[in-house]
Design a protein around this ligand. Structure first.
Ligand code: MN
Length: 430
């Protein structure tokens, strides 16, 4: 099926700023609460949010096999489960409805009042009910940096790392959309030189600059997904800040891996940008040496050129960009991750989310966590307001942005933004 929604020559009758992440070629999917307190599935062109539930009720999706209530839901799971053919039909239709040459909705004032919203009239929600969340560790630069810090340069990469996309099962209950503040976690740590662990607030709260992909129903128990088919089951991507408490993580992670140092919060950008919209931005995956086992071998361009940045904004001050990275640096691509995840027969469902792992690039200014940027705190970062950061302070806001750009079009993700509040205090809640 042609991806007519991607036509770079198309313009919309809705206003789109030149540097918008959301031109008519993007057409992401999200869930929002409207000014009338109604929850609906929607999309966005420029700074206009579009209620797809209302559009469907008004007949604008006639001819596409959709159930009546498919967009009148508080998650995208059922729509995602409809599969890639339906996602494409819907994106193509939305592109038609808002094309500059199409006056049907444009000239219908009454319909426009029902369907269109300004961004300040809506409140973005978590777009999917995430059943299972897996986090990979797929950036070679990140794994090498962390390994060097904890085990020395000679043993930086574990022996398995170059042979498989290493990952762990995370926790979905603490995944939240952009804009919701979180508290500094407390936990057990083993201070340097101490003989016994202590309990208290984490002193080393960090971000991880990641992206995550969201899947559709892919396979039954026992059935691996072949690597050539893996991308058919990827609905789209979001920006992903995988908050981490490094001191808790360091004490707890042997031998079973990350636990409370990771599961206190992870934040995603609210608009899911479809894999289809990212088609023009395919690039080669970094060279893989040694050659992976046959089930991880792939053909074609399976990585994506997505420019990423992370900024820290102290309370009442301007933000400072602390790193610029790119999704294309990932050593293991998404198709390899999904093929590996299911090669043992593990089933993947609609709404599952898979994080890339911290995306660090080759240079110091492209490292995707404070742990790496400040090298365990040894090289603090100078902020625009004159203060310094080793890790994230109370009342700092961490902001991540991402977009793709070529000569024709810019497709972006907007931002994911989270403020770190001080440790939770029961008195203050009242
Ligand atoms: Mn992570």
């Amino acid at each position: 099926m042609p991806l007519s929604a991607n036509n770079p020559d198309r313009t919309s009758w809705l206003h789109v700023d030149k540097n918008s992440d959301f031109p008519i070629q993007n057409i992401p999917f999200g869930v929002f609460l409207t000014r009338d307190d109604i929850i609906t599935i929607g999309t966005r062109i420029g700074d206009t949010a579009i209620d797809l539930g209302a559009l469907h009720q008004l007949g604008y999706f006639d001819g596409i096999p959709l159930t009546d209530d498919i967009f009148l839901q508080d998650t995208l799971n059922d729509f995602i489960a409809d599969g890639r053919k339906t996602w494409r039909l819907v994106r193509n239709r939305i592109a038609q409805i808002f094309d500059s040459d199409n006056t049907t909705l444009k000239n219908n004032k009454q319909h426009k009042e029902i369907v269109l919203f300004r961004l300040d009239e809506i409140e973005m929600q978590l777009p999917v009910q995430i059943g299972d969340y897996t986090d990979f560790y797929a950036s070679k630069e990140h794994a090498t940096n962390v390994g060097t810090m904890f085990r020395g340069a000679d043993n930086a990469l574990m022996p398995n790392w170059l042979h498989m996309p290493v990952g762990y099962h995370g926790r979905s209950s603490s995944i939240i959309p952009s804009g919701i503040p979180i508290h500094r976690p407390q936990g057990q740590t083993m201070p340097e030189g101490a003989e016994k662990p202590v309990f208290g607030p984490s002193k080393l709260v960090d971000f991880e600059l990641e992206m995550a992909f969201i899947t559709t129903d892919a396979n039954d128990l026992g059935e691996p997904i072949p690597i050539d088919e893996a991308e058919d089951y990827i609905f789209g991507l979001v920006l992903f800040n995988d908050w981490s408490a490094r001191d808790i993580q360091k004490w707890e992670y042997v031998p079973l891996g990350p636990f409370l140092g990771k599961n206190f919060a992870s934040t995603i950008s609210p608009w899911i940008v479809t894999l289809d919209a990212l088609e023009p931005f395919r690039v080669e995956t970094p060279k893989q040496d040694p050659k992976p086992l046959p089930y991880l071998q792939f053909k074609g361009k399976k990585s994506f050129d997505i420019r990423l940045e992370a900024a820290v904004k102290p309370k009442g001050a301007k933000e400072t960009i602390v790193c610029k990275s790119n999704f294309k640096y990932m050593y293991w691509n998404m198709a390899q991750q999904l093929a590996h995840h299911t090669v043992n027969g593990c089933p993947v469902n609609s709404g599952d989310m898979m994080g890339s792992g911290t995306i660090s690039g080759p240079t110091e200014d492209s490292f995707g966590s404070m742990l790496e940027i400040t090298w365990r705190g040894e090289k603090p970062v100078k902020m625009k307001d004159g203060t310094e950061r080793k890790f994230i302070n109370d009342n700092d806001t961490v902001i991540m942005r991402g977009y793709c750009k070529n000569d024709d079009v810019r497709i972006g993700f907007g931002e994911v933004k989270t403020k770190l509040l001080p440790v939770f205090s029961p008195q203050k809640k009242k």
